[in-house]
Design a binder for this molecule. Sequence first.
Ligand code: AMP
Ligand code: MG
Length: 456
Amino acid sequence: MSTAVSQLEHTYADAVPDLVLNWSAAPVRNPSALVVNDELAAELGLDPRELVGSGLLTGTVPEGVQPVAMAYSGHQFGMYQPRLGDGRALLLGEIVDPQGHRHDLHLKGSGRTRFARGGDGRAALGPMLREYLMGEAMHALGIPTSRGLAVSTTGEDVPRDTGLLPGAVLARVASSHIRVGTFQYAAATGGPDLVRALTDHAIARHHPEATDVLDFYRRVVHAQAALIAQWMLVGFVHGVMNTDNTTISGETIDYGPCAFMDRYDPQTVFSSIDHAGRYAYGNQPPIARWNLARLGEALLPLIDEDSDTAIEKATAVVQEFGEVYERHFQAGMAAKLGLREPDPDLVADLLALLHAQQVDWTGFFRAGTPRDLFLDRDAYDAWAARWHPELDRDHANPLYVPRNHLVDEALTAAEQGDLAPFLEILEVVSAPYTEQPGRERYTEPGSGPFVTYCGT
Ligand code: AMP
Ligand code: MG
């Protein structure tokens, strides 16, 4: 096995032993690597063939390597759950790539852990392929994200609401899996000393320029504000923005019932379990801010001895979210519209128009004649009379995003043993800005509202 794999590091487990549980992957009947990310493997300094042969992708670790389940809590749909944790996931270890960057190597679907509660510890093939595809699409769009290293089938069926589904294990890589929920768990179970140890580790790893805990908090707030602005610019709806799915690094993580919006509508929801629309497209910025306020609460004792002062300081920082978000969003919209300077009024009127006319979000920005997308052409003309693009817009506007109906089609085929549609859509969304002749159907919106089932 390559040195990188036999030298999996464990600085997280060493820094915060109270936040991990030594655990091993459950053996699987017939592991087989279905999709392997050669490009990512190369970036990590790993040989893809060795990786497959090693069994690591389904949890076989070299002598001396100790995987762990990570502990965390979190607010799920606003309700605090004191003990979530990796119920079906494992941190195999950390890889330092040839450039010196540290990454978590993590499995999902690797069997029950002590955090599993009622779950079976398994994952179905469809959702693991979805996570892999979405991560690659986001990466190609230039948005910080965890990435799939491989999806392996297990040769076992997993029972789900819709029947027996093929089982799978996802191996994924992230700059870390430290979540807002990790801080909540540390604060609730260990108090200030444990939060301090976790904070020191997170600072060293993700925000080494931070001068103190408050400044660390500020950097997390800013990183998340930048991230959410990028989601909004591409029409991405995460679907499950619980505090346990919100990272300290500012990367997108835990792709569940997520999707890209077709027609522009702030109320867009895909998740079958999000009845109230808490995590609708347009709610994502305030929800992220709310999640970051929960992080602030966990950090309070480290921010100031005096609790009133601590609250005052943390509140001032979380209030920066709105301004930082708006700056990133408006800069991104200016680029999408080919403007030299942000123009919030022009943007606000465009959004109102796209909403009223139910125009496809991604399609509008790359349309040859956008006017054709509007039923009320006069309304469009009135807006367009104020729009004077000066810069090239193609690099700021993807032609291809993973359209819901096509993702669904590809995953259904994969479940039935035909991987070709999945590989094609993966290839298409991996080059989102480049026109790919013959692939026009990937630019078309689906025909109606779409529900994505959690289907975990
Ligand atoms: P998620 O919705 O994937 O972010 O997961 C929320 C929580 O439920 C985490 O603690 C997961 O580890 C746990 N979980 C989800 N599905 C399963 C499963 N099939 N078996 C065990 N735990 C699970
Ligand atoms: Mg999660």
